[in-house]
Design a protein around this ligand. Sequence first.
Ligand code: NDP
Ligand code: PHD
Length: 341
Amino acid sequence: MKQYTVAIVGATGAVGTQMLQCLEEQEFPVGELKLLASPRSAGKKVETPWGEVVIEAAAPECFDGVDIVLGAAEDDVAKALYPEAVHRGAVVVDNSHAFRLDEGVPLVVPEINAGDIASHHGIIANPNCATIIGLVPTWPLHQLAGVKRMIVSTYQAASGAGMPGMLELEAQIGAMGRGEEMPTPRAFAAQLASNLIPQIGGEKFEGFTSEEMKLQNEGRKIMHLPELRVNCTCVRVPVLRSHSESITLEFERDITPEQAREALAAAPGVKLVDDLEAESAHDRWPMPLDTSDQDLIYVGRVRRDISNPEALRGITFWCCGDQIRKGAATNAVQIAKLLTE
Ligand SMILES: NC(=O)C1=CN([C@@H]2O[C@H](COP(=O)(O)OP(=O)(O)OC[C@H]3O[C@@H](n4cnc5c(N)ncnc54)[C@H](OP(=O)(O)O)[C@@H]3O)[C@@H](O)[C@H]2O)C=CC1
Ligand SMILES: N[C@@H](CC(=O)OP(=O)(O)O)C(=O)O
């Protein structure tokens, strides 16, 4: 079996660290592994399933001999480095949003549009995390009844803002518990512990933020639905890991909640947890604590949209998924695995 030289850019971050674990779990045929980060981290040693690796400061020459680059750094790093990696013969699976909407760059959720991978020219983009988590359960319902419109509210975990976001929430919860003065917020615009912050990203379009517009713009590209209409509100919540979403879908054709549940129960990447009568809360509805550190999107609270005048044209549901895994690292490694098959 062919072994691949793999480089992770941003290897010390929330997504990059998770990628290491996903490579092992998905039995990716790693021959040699390179871990790249900022100059701050250069020289640090990391124990990996493939032996000890010394982190290098990311630079174009690091990609000599690399087959697959897994990108887990911000846009500026992606724009500066990945064309150089492609020039040296590597294929890049990138988690930043630098190239997501570019023509010739497939934007892929394997459960939905794995076939798009074939059209790549060296860079394949991983979608926004909230977009992946919302679309994995939307796709089987779309196949059944044709989705026209999505109304979405997201409840996004602190770790969506990377390691700094996670550490900031932990520090705030600790300070609260000890009755100490609250540390000054840096990763977020305001204190997150015991609070909600109703803005993620900068303003993009008619008062909607950049994060909110991603679900529409990336969703259209992934599902090949250029007319899809999306109204999204993104909120940061004091949860460490796993994004949650309330989603209402409007369809072209009739669909009952029972049909929706059946399709979701059979859909790849989805676990249906939908029983208001269940004894244990964990079996009643999805919760972010239950979906952390695993790869499935849990879906529950599936019901008819009673506000839709056409009785069977709307479905509402709730879903949760680990955005560092399926929203980023797991999805990227799945794409890389498809490249090797
Ligand atoms: N967190 C999440 O839930 C999700 C994140 N993403 C995307 O994934 C990417 C990484 O996010 P995340 O892991 O959260 O971020 P983190 O802040 O946790 O990590 C950022 C990583 O980038 C590295 N880095 C910084 N500057 C450079 C540089 N000049 N050259 C090379 N590497 C550099 C950092 O290295 P060092 O430690 O040396 O500073 C670190 O490894 C982003 O594009 C983000 O938008 C996508 C979906 C979900
Ligand atoms: N912005 C998302 C995470 C993320 O990194 O998204 P993107 O890859 O689209 O910048 C969040 O804060 O939860």
